[in-house]
Structure formats: structure tokens, C-alpha cells
Design a protein. Structure first.
Length: 114
């Protein structure tokens, strides 16, 4: 496992030096330099997250549509839009990396099933 840890450190450095990560950090910093916009965008993100993981009986599609409509001007801002695109690209890349790391590894999760 020592070799795996060494490779993990190398992978971490490779990710930090990737275009996807650099772009994510760059757009995040630009957005943070606009405190009011950043705060409003984070309000949107929190509310969207809460909706996505709520167990309510309401229509999720309608609620998300209304939330996007409410925050439309913020979501159309170029700083916010650039950040969203960079974040999505970085997250997709990380999902691919996680999938590659876990491919072929088997663990017993039966104890979680009811």
C-alpha cells in the first residue's frame, strides 16, 4: 500500500496542475472578489442543494424551476456562469478519476441492505 500512497500524492499534484483544476480555482477566486454576488450565488447553491436532497412531497421540477427563475439575474452573470462551467468540468473529471480508481475493486456492502 505504500506504493499506492506515493501514487496518490503524485495524482494529487497532477490534479492540482490540471487545466480543469486551475480554471476552477481561477473562477472561484474571481467570484469571491465580488462579495455580494458570491453571497447571493451561495444562497442559490444552498437552496438548490436543499431541494435536491429534500424528501418533500412537492414537485421537485417545479421547485427547481422557480428557484432558477428567482435567481436568474445572478445565474446569467458571466462570473457566475464561468464558475459553474469550470466547477462542472472539474467535478466531471474527478468523477472519472474516482471511477477509474475504484474499477475492479470489490467491497461487501450487503450489511447496508435491509
Amino acid at each position: 500500500m505504500q506504493k499506492a500512497m506515493e501514487l496518490a500524492v503524485q495524482l494529487n499534484e497532477t490534479i492540482k496542475n490540471s487545466e480543469e483544476y486551475r480554471r476552477y480555482v481561477e473562477t472561484d477566486n474571481k467570484l469571491r472578489n465580488e462579495p455580494e454576488l458570491y453571497a447571493r450565488f451561495n444562497e442559490f447553491r444552498r437552496r438548490n442543494y436543499d431541494l435536491q436532497f429534500s424528501e418533500g412531497d412537492s414537485n421537485l421540477y417545479d421547485e427547481v424551476f422557480n428557484l432558477v427563475k428567482e435567481y436568474d439575474t445572478i445565474l446569467q452573470d458571466s462570473l457566475v456562469n464561468d464558475f459553474i462551467m469550470a466547477e462542472q468540468r472539474f467535478c466531471s473529471t474527478m468523477q472519472e478519476i474516482y471511477s477509474s480508481l475504484a474499477a475492479g475493486l470489490e467491497m461487501d456492502y450487503e450489511y447496508l441492505e435491509k
